[in-house]
Design a binder for this molecule. Sequence first.
Ligand SMILES: [Zn+2]
Ligand SMILES: [Zn+2]
Ligand SMILES: [Zn+2]
Ligand SMILES: [Zn+2]
Ligand SMILES: [Zn+2]
Ligand SMILES: [Zn+2]
Length: 455
Amino acid sequence: MSQCAVCNEPTKNKCSNCNQIFYCCEEHQKNHWKLHKIECKPFKVEESDELGRYLISTRSIKPFEIILRESALISVPSQITGPVCLVCLNGIEPSDYIECDKCGWPLCGIECKGKAVHRAECDFTAKRGTKKCSRNRFFKTTEFDEDLIMKTIGILQINGHEVPVTDPPHVSVFSNASFLEHSCIPNLAKSFTREGNLVLWAPKAIKKNTHLSICYSDAVWGTAERQQHLMHTKLFKCTCPRCLDVTEFGTNYDAFKCTENDCEGVILPSSLKEWNTHWSCSTCGNQADISFIKNILERAGKDLQAMDKSVDNCIKYIQHYQKWLTNRHYFICQAKIQLVQLIGIDPKELMVVAEDKLNLKMEYVKELIDLYEKLAPCEIRMLGNFCFELHSAIAEHTRRISLQTTLSPKNMLEKSLLYVEKCINYLQHECDLFVEGHILKQAKINRDALRMVLV
Ligand SMILES: [Zn+2]
Ligand SMILES: [Zn+2]
Ligand SMILES: [Zn+2]
Ligand SMILES: [Zn+2]
Ligand SMILES: [Zn+2]
Ligand SMILES: [Zn+2]
């Protein structure tokens, strides 16, 4: 039997939030809360040779539950950035900044000079007598050796999170979040508060004893792109369930169509290992020429980048590349994402959009939501946006129907409500620094209005 954390009395009663500490009675739990609340989290740190340290859930986690809020251990400018204030990390203009009179580093203004986060860097630079980098020894210090400095830079690069609350975004390292594993199909989503604090939460339920993960790459990219990006930036080969399953959970997100004798199958690599060598049809066995595959992908990528983004061009692109790529291929989907954003971009425009375009928008957004809920359920900002778009399109469609007929479009309104509620779930932790925070506000207004109508 375990022991009470306060009096060591044997007990079976656990703290229900973390499942990791025991109390003999409510009173001892209450007394201990001041100390325990810092550690009371529904996960624990484990260690293995293969993964190093990682996080595992210590109880089941409900959908949308926040599992961790933490402030940064350290925040620094991005590796590639224009000049920024070294205190608040916002961009500065060549004509509008000050130099700290003690250390000489650029600051946005007098308010930032006095802030506590500047003191360590300011004192250190002033002590050295210069902020300038000499050719060989940037830091001009013997206090820390070269190896330690390089190691520290490595830690920032591997563990840093891009924090978009400044313009340009900066990089922060967080304590617990540094133990999170990567997966291309993660179970946690990241949001940020105005202050740049990290909020980690679960878009879907998580079972007890599950590895917790976030995506270090972009879950909207195809497998080859994600693999390459992770190798270059984080120095490892991803073998997550999504990368190992070449069909990406049956979505065929990377697949070509088989063109052999009306075969309905799809062409994919035989396994992740054979990505650059063997592609064949899963139905008829037809082998594909790898140089042909690469050629089409290269052209599809270049054309998408170079394309003037208009509704007609997106439609043409989709029609053209659907000759070879499946209708849920990531390049086709990227064009569809552009397209649904271009059709009726604001409420006024939506009211005058042609009927066929409105229908196309509804069809594609629905398809994208269904696809990415399977493939990238933690891309919550994108999913929230899509749900809002679909809600608006359905509402507009309903408005048009009710103008023409006396039919009650109740089921359409219910659908519109369903998607605005989904939108609110996805965006509920977004602050009003971001577009998504504003969409969230509007979504709540629309939801309340729809509920009134439907009562
Ligand atoms: Zn006790
Ligand atoms: Zn606890
Ligand atoms: Zn500043
Ligand atoms: Zn200073
Ligand atoms: Zn992966
Ligand atoms: Zn085939």
